[in-house]
Design a protein. Structure first.
Length: 71
């Protein structure tokens, strides 16, 4: 099973290469939510929280409420 991932950093969706080089930054998470909404599971990672540099709790809550829930 393929499980897509949405990574959040500083309030934006990001893709980091090798954990530090920024490859993608999107201020609007909506296209990513739409793109991944057909998958039964989506991994959502708050990189700021993982690195102890704050969090994106409000965005996480909003995105989680929009993605399919496991039954």
């Amino acid at each position: 099973m393929l499980i897509p991932s949405i990574d959040l950093q500083s309030g934006a969706v990001v893709q980091l290469v090798q954990g530090d080089k920024l490859a993608i930054r999107a201020a609007d998470a909506e296209p990513w939510i739409q793109k991944f909404s057909r998958f039964p599971r989506v991994q959502l990672i708050d990189l700021d929280a993982a690195m102890g540099k704050g969090d994106n709790a409000a965005i996480v809550a909003s995105i989680c409420g929009r993605l399919p829930a496991l039954s």
